[in-house]
Ligand binder design. Structure first.
Ligand SMILES: Cc1cc2nc3c(=O)[nH]c(=O)nc-3n(C[C@H](O)[C@H](O)[C@H](O)COP(=O)(O)OP(=O)(O)OC[C@H]3O[C@@H](n4cnc5c(N)ncnc54)[C@H](O)[C@@H]3O)c2cc1C
Ligand code: SF4
Length: 488
């Protein structure tokens, strides 16, 4: 433990943000990381608890008290060693993780949690700056060939782990660049894509082969899932040519809102809108970009994806942005003695909300209205939850003006045709069915086919995808070699 009395002496320091007026003019990241001195003070606040709840609150089980102490001591080099021992990509999580570790921090019971995520961010940025992040190619090759389908955080983590123990890994990606939803989904102002590019270089130096614009299997004809593939490979071909296949294709099927007027022009899935802007920021060309300039935008769905639509619409120059959430407004503060160390339900105001957005809770959309085939507004009603069902409250009907409606109500499942083509069994929600047991975990019902990340657990978080990619890699290694030195 760094400083025995640190938690009593120092207060939590938040990372800074560029002012709203400046940041909404660009798509650049605007979080200002901690200085070395601030990170040291933050590390000194850690109490090195006998039972570190933060460690089990973190899905990759980062060894948080150890790196907090090392940062306090100024030993950044060992801090990155500790961090990388459990997390392949702290540069991703240090930026976009919602930090369930901090909800579980013991200090959070009656004070403010240690700023764990900001320390993680500071460690990995320092490590890249100092040139400490290097490829770790395997010294002995196994001669085994593994195909990874999908290059999001789950596929990347699985591929990196497998390459480091000597397997020949090929990653197939239907889009034109690597990264999954980190690349085409999460806006650049939250996560700059150069963080993925340098990891791809590292992984190529470790022997991973990336094949982009390649679709494994087929999407249904009317699918609105992002797809820039130029060639197709059949699942049967992969199963024949490779010793094992890891499915890491995410859960890309957006939840729809089939109410009257859904087919009006101007009503789109969030995942039609957001990837276009990512692609344009990368210098790509998009015919008929969905734009929010001067429009009254309604975002349906109160989660992260909805919030990203808010931030992007404001950067386009929307006339107004309103976000609907069907659930009632949560409390401003959680009841800590009741919920700690778990992730609490409370009102969360994102940096995008702060940039300008009206928020409506307990609202259900009944109909989209339009003129000449274009959306002009929508009809809503307030709802309340009764016996687990939403019930309309009479007399609360309302009309809103809208020129652009973005549907951000989450994702139902992976695309079924891909799982079917591999002969992979599904769970009740349509996800790839595979357990996470210590032995035999991540293996699906199809021979030598494994599944990890959102495709197995449903739409989740980057940090869970990294965990599953790492664990699936160990399962594949054990399956092929009889035992494994990879950590779980
Ligand atoms: C808009 C948005 C914002 C989000 N914000 C956050 C956030 O702030 N923090 C957070 O932790 N999480 C966030 N998430 C969730 C997070 O991005 C996902 O949980 C995570 O990316 C899942 O990783 P994955 O590797 O399982 O799948 P994905 O990231 O979905 O990657 C799957 C990849 O597989 C490819 N693929 C699929 N099928 C095939 C096929 N048949 N052939 C070839 N390629 C294929 C896809 O093109 C894609 O590139 C957000 C999600 C969205 C949509
Ligand atoms: S990965 Fe997320 S949960 Fe884990 S230590 Fe980092 S911020 Fe916390």
């Amino acid at each position: 433990m760094g400083k025995v009395t640190g938690f009593m002496e120092y207060e939590r320091i938040e990372e800074g943000y560029e002012p709203v007026a400046k940041r909404v003019k660009t798509y650049k990241e605007f979080v200002i990381g901690l200085s070395d001195e601030q990170a040291k003070v933050q590390g000194a606040r850690c109490m090195d608890c006998g039972t570190p709840f933060c460690n089990s609150g973190c899905p990759v089980n980062n060894i948080i008290p150890d790196f907090n102490d090392l940062v306090y001591q100024g030993d950044w080099k060992n801090a990155i060693e500790v961090l990388h021992s459990t997390n392949n990509f702290p540069d991703f999580t240090g930026r976009v993780c919602p930090a369930p570790c901090e909800a579980a921090c013991t200090l959070n019971i009656n004070d403010d949690a240690v700023g764990i995520k900001s320390i993680e961010h500071a460690i990995i940025d320092k490590a890249w700056e100092q040139g400490w992040v290097k490829p770790q190619p395997a010294t002995v090759k196994t001669g085994k060939k593994i195909a990874v389908v999908g290059s999001g955080p789950a596929g990347m983590a699985a591929a990196q782990q497998l390459a480091r123990v000597g397997h020949a890994v090929t990653v197939f990606e239907k889009n034109d660049t690597i990264g999954g939803l980190l690349r085409f989904g999460i806006p650049d102002f939250k996560f700059d894509k150069s963080h993925i590019d340098r990891r791809v270089k590292q992984m190529e130096a470790e022997g991973v082969v990336f094949k982009t614009n390649v679709m494994v299997g087929e999407l249904p004809k009317d699918s609105k899932v992002t797809n820039w593939a130029k060639e197709t490979v059949s699942p049967a071909q992969l199963q024949k040519e490779f010793d094992a296949v890891v499915l890491a294709g995410g859960a890309e099927q957006s939840r729809d809102l089939p109410v009257p007027g859904r087919d009006l022009d101007g009503v789109h899935f969030a995942m039609e809108f957001l990837p276009m802007q990512n692609r344009i920021n990368a210098g790509g060309k998009i015919k008929d970009q969905i734009r929010a300039d001067g429009k009254h935008v309604i975002v349906i769905g109160g989660g992260d994806t909805g919030s990203d639509c808010v931030g992007t619409s404001n950067r386009h120059g929307a006339a107004s942005v309103t976000q609907f959430e069907v659930m009632p407004q949560p409390p401003e503060q959680e009841n800590k003695p009741l919920v700690w160390p778990y992730w609490p339900l409370k009102l969360r105001t994102s940096s995008s909300h702060e940039e300008g957005c009206a928020r409506e809770f307990a609202v259900s959309t009944k109909e989209f209205m339009g003129k000449n085939g274009k959306v002009t507004g929508l009809k809503t009603v307030h709802v309340e939850l009764k016996d687990g069902k939403f019930v309309e409250i009479p007399g609360t009907e309302k009309e809103y003006k809208a020129d652009l409606v973005l549907l951000a109500m989450g994702f139902v499942s992976p695309v079924a045709t891909i799982l079917d083509a591999f002969g992979v069994g599904k769970d009740a929600r349509g996800n790839a069915k595979a357990g996470t047991d210590f032995q035999g975990g991540y293996l699906t019902s199809a021979p030598k086919v494994f599944a990890a990340g959102d495709i197995r657990r449903g739409q989740s978080l980057v940090v869970w995808a990294i965990r599953e990619g790492r664990q699936a890699a160990r399962a594949v290694d054990e399956f092929l070699m009889g035992s494994s030195t990879l950590p779980r």
